[in-house]
Structures are given as structure tokens and as C-alpha cells.
Design a protein around this ligand. Structure first.
Ligand SMILES: Cc1ncc(COP(=O)(O)O)c(C=O)c1O
Length: 417
């Protein structure tokens, strides 16, 4: 982390903000972060994010701008695009999306008309809001029918998807998730989308880093469009990239981002994306991605052998979903109890959910952030044991104190970058 004491200007100009930054730095150092969508970026990524590129306006695309003074912005955006093309093996990349949800909106806007039918994974079964959930724009402006997981295996039910697509003829099939612990079988989705001539969109936000590391199959050459956020397993700044091999789709995506939906790109973020992509192309990053999955497997095994039920029985990727059942403590209770002990997770719906989304019967955990800190299998066993201990001793302050002490001892040995 860029330590608070190096923030010389802030010290004089805004002590309140500096104080909150210091507190957040301390919290991040002391807690065990198991939120699967979070990570710790490198100092280099943070330096680029804090650079003077934040001062510039650059509506348009490299070498075709509406404002003067974009000589270096053109170079930085081109660098980010070229690095992404090489890393993912794709032909066209747009790096201007402000974040994952706006980038997904741009994909709809580029390729569909309002009211068109679409399908995405049912949110309580792991899908994302932007894949057709009822409160989201994707359901207000398009017509979603959602596919599900098989409630016995808790894996995607491809037959159910085929039936839905045959009946409702969606023009777009979204594949991607926020809480699905298994591999996406891209070829099966491709076959179904080809049968009805729908666009296949791979939202790899959670798994981009795993794809680069070769521990999750890649949708490149299969999906028509690929979107990834840049801040999850990819370990870059908060942003998004949209990729495709189809020149016509690429043109439509560019027009949808600008001038369709956004104004000036966040050039400081583009600079930091370029840095993160360079980091992601190193052998160390591959090792990192492999270790994320190894860690998740050991954590899952420890939780299972501690008597907890995991959705689908385990994990193939970076995340784990604990099903707490319908009696006893809820996801909300457990996430608050774990937070008291310094273990950060989130409450999450499970496939057979009976409770409200703000309460839930599940806990979602992931290993990208702890793996960045250098934790390995040994630490996963320790953390898994602590989680089981808290769940078995809910409201027991003596146990919470013991666990908190162990958390502090563990995190003091693994610094946040
Ligand atoms: C699969 C998936 N797509 C899209 C998004 C949206 O990204 P953002 O939060 O940057 O808008 C997320 C975020 O959690 C996600 O998990």
C-alpha cells in the first residue's frame, strides 16, 4: 500500500479524508478478506491510477479525438488495447467502459433493440444483476427469461437452457456469474446459441485471471463478445474491457460506449489497466492464478470436513458458497459474526433459497485477495478452521476474541501490497 504518511498534501489539506484512508488501510491489513470479487492491486497500479491522466478529457478513440492535447492519452490507450489483445488472444478490445455494469449495458445497447428477449443465469442461482434480474435495466428495457441450475447437482442445467431458448428465442445468451463455483462449459452454450442464432456473451468478470492462468477454459473464439471487469481476479483498477473477434460487433461496441453511453474515458484508469495487463502477462501471475484455485479447493475441503454444506459440493474456481440451511443462523448472522472476528465475507443467496436477499441462507467466500497476500494451503486450513469455529459458536464472545487474536496474528505475517 502507498502508506498514509506519504500522502503529504492530504495531511495539510484534508485531515478528515486522510484519517479515513488511514483507518481503511489498517482494516485492510488486519482483516482476512474473503470477498471473491475483491483484490489488492500492486503499488504500480495505484500509482498509475493516481497519475495526471486524471486531468485529461479525451472523448473519442486513439487518434480520433474531439479535444486537443491527447498525444500521450492516445499512446496509453493504444498500449492498454494492444496488451489486452495479446494477453487474451482477441482481435478487438474496448478499454473505456467505466465498470462492469456500464460495459454490459453497452453490449445490450450495441446489439439489441429495447424489448428484445434475452436470457441469463437466475440471480439466486449465481447470475449477475445485469443478466436480466428484475430490478435492473436489463429486465426493464429487455425481456429476460432466466435459466437455472439443476437443484440436485447445483450446476447449470443445460437442458433447461435449451428448452428456454427454443421457446423464447432470446437474441442474447449471457454466461457469467457472481456466485457459481463451477466451470462454464463454453462449447455447450455455443451449441445452444447457434441453434437459435443468438449472440453468446461471456461475462468473465470473476474468472478473467483464472483464464489467463489457464485454470479455467477460455471463451475466446467461442463467445461473440467477452466482457471482463478489470478489478477482480485480473487485479487491476476498477474498470472494464469488452473484447470480440468480429469487426462489425467491435464497431458497434465502440459506438455504444462513445458517444452512445459515456463521455470522456477515465484515462488514469486506462493507464492503470495497461499496468495491470503487463503484470498479468508474467509467469508470476500465472502462478498466482493457479494458487487461487488450489487455495479455494483446500478451503472448501476444510469447510466440508468441518461439517458445512457447500453448494455443488465444492469448487472448481476461486469461490465457495456455504449453504447454512433453513434453520439456525442466516447468512446475515454469520457474515456479521465473522466480521466481528476480522474475517470479511458476504451473505449470499443459495440455489434453494427461502430467505430474503438481505438475510439469505448462504455465505460466499473467495481466495483471490488472500492469495495476493501470499497465503497458501496451510493458511487456508487455518482460515477454514476459524470459520467453522465461529459458525459453531455463534454469539460466543469468548470464541470471537480467540478467533480475532488468531486472525491478527495471521494477517500480521502477510502484508497487503
Ligand atoms: C459477473 C459480473 N458481471 C458484472 C459485474 C458488474 O461489475 P461492476 O460492479 O464493476 O459494475 C459484476 C460485479 O460484481 C460481476 O460479478
Amino acid at each position: 500500500m502507498i502508506a498514509w504518511y506519504s500522502m503529504k498534501e492530504l495531511k495539510f489539506s484534508d485531515k478528515k479524508v486522510l484519517d479515513l484512508i488511514k483507518k481503511e488501510e489498517k482494516r485492510q491489513q488486519e482483516d482476512i478478506n474473503l470477498i471473491p470479487s475483491e483484490n489488492y492491486v500492486s503499488k504500480a497500479v495505484r500509482e498509475a491510477t493516481a497519475s495526471v491522466f486524471t486531468n485529461k478529457y479525451s472523448e473519442g478513440y486513439p487518434y480520433k479525438r474531439y479535444y486537443a492535447g491527447n498525444k500521450w492519452v492516445d499512446e496509453i490507450e493504444t498500449l492498454a488495447i494492444e496488451r489486452a489483445k495479446k494477453l487474451f488472444g482477441v482481435k478487438f478490445v474496448n478499454v473505456q467502459g467505466y465498470s462492469g455494469s456500464p460495459a454490459n449495458l453497452a453490449i445490450y445497447f450495441a446489439l439489441l433493440n429495447p424489448g428484445d428477449p434475452i436470457t441469463g443465469l437466475y440471480l439466486p442461482h449465481g447470475g449477475h444483476l445485469t443478466h436480466g434480474w428484475d430490478v435492473n435495466f436489463s429486465a426493464k428495457y429487455y425481456k429476460p427469461v432466466q435459466y437455472t441450475v439443476d437443484l440436485k447437482t447445483e450446476r447449470i442445467d443445460y437442458e433447461n437452457l435449451r428448452k428456454i431458448t427454443k421457446k423464447h428465442k432470446p437474441k442474447m445468451i449471457w454466461v457469467g456469474a457472481t456466485a457459481y463455483p463451477r466451470i462454464f462449459e463454453w462449447e455447450k452454450f455455443q451449441k445452444i446459441s447457434k441453434e437459435i442464432g443468438a449472440y453468446l456473451i461471456a461475462d468473465i468478470s470473476h474468472i478473467a485471471g483464472l483464464i489467463i492462468a489457464g485454470v479455467h477454459p477460455s471463451p475466446v473464439g467461442i463467445a461473440d463478445v467477452i466482457m471482463t471487469t478489470t478489478h477482480k481476479t485480473l487485479r487491476g483498477p476498477r474498470g472494464a474491457m469488452i473484447m470480440t473477434n468480429d469487426v462489425d460487433i467491435a464497431k458497434k461496441i465502440d459506438r455504444a460506449i462513445f458517444p452512445g453511453l459515456q463521455g470522456g474515458p477515465h484515462d488514469h484508469t486506462t493507464a492503470a489497466i495497461a499496468v495491470a495487463l503487463k503484470e498479468a502477462s508474467t509467469p508470476q501471475f500465472k502462478k498466482y492464478g493457479v494458487q487461487i484455485v488450489k487455495n479455494a479447493k483446500v478451503l472448501a475441503e476444510t469447510l466440508s470436513s468441518g461439517g458445512l454444506r457447500l453448494v455443488s459440493g465444492g469448487t472448481d474456481n476461486h469461490l465457495i458458497l456455504i449453504d447454512l440451511g433453513t434453520n439456525g443462523p442466516t447468512g446475515k448472522d454469520i457474515s456479521l459474526a465473522l466480521e466481528e472476528c476480522g474475517i470479511i465475507t458476504n451473505k449470499n443467496t443459495v440455489p434453494s433459497e427461502t430467505r430474503k436477499p438481505f438475510v439469505t441462507s448462504g455465505i460466499r467466500l473467495g481466495t483471490p485477495a488472500v492469495t495476493t497476500r501470499g497465503m497458501k494451503e496451510k493458511e487456508m486450513k487455518k482460515i477454514g478452521g476459524l470459520i467453522v469455529k465461529v459458525i459453531n459458536n455463534i454469539s460466543n464472545q469468548k470464541i470471537y476474541k480467540e478467533v480475532k487474536k488468531e486472525v491478527l496474528s495471521l494477517t500480521s505475517k502477510f502484508l497487503v501490497p
